[in-house]
Ligand binder design. Structure first.
Ligand code: AHR
Length: 504
């Protein structure tokens, strides 16, 4: 058995790419209690003048979320965006088919843009390519982005929004490969529609960026042909291809579960290869970037969701209660994004509030942080700068579905403006502390600021509204001496080691 010790070398010049901060994006869908009872609850004691919960706004700000995808998700594929604009009392109630609820339309495009400003985020807007198409998409874009002097832009102004919203990032539908999707399409049908919709939208506003649907998971039988066909048919109008994947732990096999970032890594590499194959086929100079705009752990709430009555308003759908081992996998998935900083330019943790989310609320009551809140916050707050290639040697293990799984996952980000280096590490060993020696000699004059860790003796520990069983703490065993950083990574732990250039 190999000795339990890891070593790593970091060098300023081993640069992968600048981290696009939008990899720390998230997602709010009109689903369950994400909008109603989540971000919006006019009757709540902490509601602001628009009905948005100020306690939730503060928690989202703590996460420093740069972009939020909206309004779906499966919901967008039968959504009439016009239902959500204008005087609230005139807005229709509709059957929401994707999740079989009642949609009141109290919150729509303008309110969401207002909310996003309050939390300091951009909006990533999805258009309906399920039941609708080119016309609804180009009208919505004219409504949000055209300054004035046309039917849709003047309608926006009449609704109290004199200035255009200038939404820059647009998703051409959602998971159109999925047979569950309203208006599901073959790759050929979708690729043609994405091309024509993209063309019209870029005529309305050439400054926008477009994300095409890829596969709704790497297990879909049509993956990666769906991506290849879509890209081939719509390449000239596209900037990004989307990836979606949720990770479950139904067999309760923790070592296997914690290795699932390898699935994400393989998925990303396969999509890059597919994009570059079509680039070569089309003799194009343009490189398509990746938007991993739905990712998370999702399975805890599957049984509870079967009990929910249809056609109710904002039922508690997809309310996963995340445990400690979920937080560890989230850490490894964030590390995977940083390792692919050159191609993964956007991502969205799905979702943000109540629905498979880091933030939970009680109706009319308190709000609180799930276990997964912490790695997401640490990466978002400290993981901005240049992503560095970590040269890591780690002992490995085999699990049911994976071989040669490194016990340690690692990423590092150098923030040149702030003269800070942050090292993110997960130790997947469930029984042993993992000593690690890290050569940081190229960071001359840097000092150790802190070593934050997330640990728990109970892999299944969950946070609740009353008790934060899992919360970050300081690991005081790390030392930096002569450019060599030595640390003890606690068994089953998420670690954030922060260095900063000293004054002298
Ligand atoms: O995030 C929950 C759902 O998962 C989304 O609506 C859909 O796009 C995906 O299947």
């Amino acid at each position: 058995m190999s000795k339990l010790k890891a070593t790593m070398t970091l060098d300023k010049s081993y640069q992968i790419d600048k981290v696009d901060e939008r990899i720390y994006g998230s997602f709010i869908e009109h689903l369950g209690r994400a909008v109603y009872g989540g971000i919006y609850e006019p009757s709540h004691p902490q509601a602001d003048e628009q009905g948005f919960r100020k306690d939730v706004i503060e928690l989202v700000k703590e996460l420093n979320v740069p972009i939020v995808r909206y309004p779906g998700g499966n919901m967008v594929s039968a959504y009439n965006w016009e239902d959500g604009i204008g005087p609230k009392e005139d807005r229709p109630r509709r059957l929401e088919l994707a999740w079989r609820t009642i949609e009141t339309n109290e919150v729509g495009t303008n309110e969401f843009v207002d909310w996003a400003k309050k939390v300091g985020s951009e909006v990533m807007m999805a258009v309906n390519l399920g039941t609708r198409g080119i016309d609804a998409a180009r009208n919505l874009l004219e409504y949000t982005n055209h300054p004035s002097g046309t039917y849709w832009s003047d309608l926006r102004r009449s609704h109290g929004y004199e200035e255009p919203h200038n939404i820059k990032t647009w998703c051409l539908g959602n998971e159109m490969d999925g047979p569950w999707q309203i208006g599901h399409k073959t790759a050929y049908e979708y690729g043609r529609l994405a091309n024509e919709t993209g063309k019209a939208m870029k005529l309305v506003d050439p400054s926008i960026e477009l994300v095409a649907c890829g596969s709704s998971s790497s297990e879909m039988p049509t993956f990666p042909e769906y991506e290849a066909t879509t890209l081939d048919l719509a390449y000239d109008h596209l900037d990004y291809i989307s990836l979606h994947q949720y990770y479950g732990n139904r067999s309760d096999d923790t070592p296997n579960f914690l290795a699932k970032n390898l699935t994400m890594d393989h998925f990303i590499k396969s999509v890059i290869a597919t994009c570059d194959y079509i680039k070569a086929k089309r003799r194009s100079k343009k490189t398509i970037k990746l938007s991993f705009d739905e990712w998370n752990v999702w399975y805890h709430s599957n049984d509870a969701d079967k009990q929910i009555e249809p056609w109710t308003i904002a039922p508690p759908q997809l309310e996963d209660h995340y445990n400690f081992e979920d937080a560890l996998l989230i850490g490894s998935l964030l590390i995977t994004f940083l390792q692919h900083a050159d191609r993964v330019k956007m991502a969205a943790m799905a979702q943000l509030v109540n629905v498979i989310a880091p933030i939970m609320t009680e109706n009319e009551g308190r709000s609180w942080k799930q276990t997964i809140f912490y790695p997401y916050m640490h990466a978002s707050v400290y993981g901005r700068g240049i992503s560095l290639k970590t040269v890591l040697s780690s002992p490995k293990y085999d699990s049911r579905d994976f071989t040669d799984v490194p016990y340690v996952d690692s990423a590092a980000v150098h923030n040149e403006e702030k003269d800070e280096l942050t090292i993110f590490l997960v130790n997947k060993h469930l029984e042993s502390t993992m000593p690690i020696d890290i050569d940081v000699r190229s960071f001359d004059g840097y000092e150790l600021v802190e070593h934050i860790e997330l640990v728990s003796d109970d892999l299944k520990a969950v946070n609740t509204v009353d008790h934060q069983a899992v919360a970050p703490q300081q690991n005081t065993n790390s030392k930096l001496d002569g450019g060599m950083l030595t640390a003890q990574l606690s068994k089953a732990s998420w670690n954030v080691i922060r260095l900063k250039k000293g004054r002298n």
